[in-house]
Design a protein. Sequence first.
Length: 470
Amino acid sequence: MSRMARAWTRLGPEFLPFADAASAELPLGRLLRLSLFQVSVGMGSVLLIGTLNRVMIVELGVAAWLVASMVSLPLLFAPVRALIGHRSDNHCSALGWRRVPYIWMGTLLQFGGLAIMPFALILLSGDSNAPPVVAHIAAAAAFLLVGAGLHTTQTVGLALATDLAPPDAQPRVVALLSLMLLLGMVVSAVGFGALLQHFSQIRLIQVIQGAALATMLLNGIALWKQESRNPNGTRHGRPQPGFLESWRRLRGEGRWARRLTAIGLGSAAFSMQDILLEPYGGQILGLSVAATTTLTALFAGGGIAGFGMAARGLGHGMDAHRLAGFGALAGALGFAGVIFAAPLDSPVAFGIGTVVIGLGSGLFTVGTLTACMELARTGQAGLALGAWGAVQASCAGGAIAAGGLLRDIVSDLAMRGAFGGALTGAATGYGAVYLLEIVLLFVTIAVIGPLVRVGAPRPASPLGLAGSPS
């Protein structure tokens, strides 16, 4: 039996690519517990963008433009993530904590927003005697609170993971945390769908407030005994650098303007199709609702594979920027497959393209996030990760809105024959968005190329390609 146990120990990392993210400083059990904050962030994101989006329009009869406005409100806090990270880097606390107060503050904001949200939505649906302005203010406050909580918790939680993990394990820790975010989103989407299958306003209240309670529990467990108290390091009275001064110091560590530009372009390219893949499958390829629902699983499967490949590649010394470039290239290939699925009338090509897009997104996310972690100066992890989050979330949100608008405009022009008879059809609008995403991904590769370390180790890429020249 002991021989079998030793054999399994040796084989474990081969079958569990994230098992080697653990270290003596951050054991696997403690790391998995810490990663629960990503599960709560994923749950909140799905609730806002997916579940409530549909419930408000279909079951509650709220106008689509008002729903879109409410769902987009949390993006107002995305640019503040860099400031939040900076404040957590330099927080003065009598208890000696830097990160914990901010994560707990984010948790309370998210809990408060979710606690009042169902009642605000009922007011918004018109099922009350309250004036419409009261409903609008209540719903806006609920969505803003949840958005502020999500951005604060994720930014400072990633910074705490950076503090706890040794430098050589940080890439694998990033991949594991990204995986937990994705798993949180998938599990929450399935759970919310099952719980709201027989919809009622009472059931909606129960589900949303249950999510609020789950947020408190998950983040409380994640934070328990994670950050060591260090009163000397956070004592009041010691000089604190301002935000602009800290940003200038961080920029001195590398070409941050180019790096953030690449992050923004790549995030926009991967996000523009978020609300279009399922309608494309149903409208253009004639897939059933059940078939298009599996696209989420296909995309998630590709993302999980990307996280695992990224962890393995970075663990073998691969440059993080090079990895992000391979992710952008994979995404371009995936979008090409989705485009060709229409003239070929091939659901198989569509499914393969979706998996490859998820793979590329996973590689790009882990690569860019790891690059920001590696280049953060000591004591500036929060600022670096906040800058990554601010650019990524802002560009992704704007791209989602732009993708839907571009599809509508091009489809309308195509149906009027503006592009000729061959392009008269609904597929033209979708194809224009996917083609723009391919262009953006190649621009991303061009921007990120000069950041690749000259002379960096060049193992085989996670896609099975040899390292490309710098």
